[in-house]
Design a protein around this ligand. Sequence first.
Ligand SMILES: C=C(O[C@H]1C=CC=C(C(=O)O)[C@@H]1O)C(=O)O
Length: 358
Amino acid sequence: MNDFFEKMIQQQQQSLPFVLYCKPNSDAIMGMFQQNDNLYDVVDFTEKGFVFSSFDGHKNYIIPEEYSEIKHFVFSKKEVSENENEFASPNEIVKTNFERLVAKGIVAIKENEFQKVVLSRKETIDLVDFDLVTTFENLVQLYPATFVYCFFHPKIGIWMGATPEQLLKVEDNIFKTMALAGTQKNTGYELVVWADKEKQEQQFVTDYIVSELNKVSKSILVSEPYSIKAGSIWHIKTDISGQLNSAENLKEVVGLLHPTPAVCGLPKLESKQFILENENYDRTFYTGYLGELNSSSTSDKASSDLFVNLRCMEIEMDLDLKMTKANLFMGCGITKDSIPEKEWEESINKSMTMKRGL
Ligand SMILES: C=C(O[C@H]1C=CC=C(C(=O)O)[C@@H]1O)C(=O)O
């Protein structure tokens, strides 16, 4: 094993926080190794480091640059064998419960409580011969177009994932973001046809992001929606970029965007309330955001590069510190035209992103 991964294991054995990450289409893995075990809060978004924030917005932590050793490692592409372990399928009760939740969401939409809501579930699987480094490397190799990460803090736990969704990238006052929603399974054809339900689900996200960013931007450019592959599923994506009125209002800009209707719903407050009252579990960091905040580790200029925490899992340790379980998180955008059983299938397809890497 190389020094870089040795350092990661050492850090975890000493209960010291770290994060490893690889940006989309990059061949470099960045590592930040915190030198103490403090849990630092993000207060005003002028901090520098790697943020890890929860869906509900109450937990905003950072691995600060100033207390971390920063290393990077350039890797080469290699074939990885996808996991062939059959994980036990979720039972009928889990399926029925999720479909009931979706049906309840559809009723609320039809009663005009909101227009869209993203409903999710957590699936716990047993891990056999789990190895953190191998799983991280698998995710990096399998999903080169995503943001792949492995985060550890002794006061939070271990999280890892491969997310296709950028929340916000800002350098000076130039920003880039995306509206990503709508899902279908990859069947091997490059010509992807979208139904109105998915087009509308994604258009809600574009419209919301553009209207929020209009409040703080001088100019905004919006691409046509197009299909994009993330692992074995397709999404609809719109690129959104422009110039902010001022570069200093990062806290405000993130606050306007998070959580977008790609992970929460529309309107934001009503759909969020429905999620908190009905999902029956705490999302914690799933559908939160993570990434570089005012970082100067990859260029001379400080820039922020934040992603939405999707296609992710939390690794649980037993009393002997053996990693024995993984909690996988999957959500689906619900509109008036959703069909509960199809949303269930979609959640199964999304869970494969993590299962393949294990
Ligand atoms: C909420 C998730 O995905 C979002 C991003 C892309 C497509 C989505 C969808 O089709 O529902 C979701 O909005 C998830 O993967 O857990």
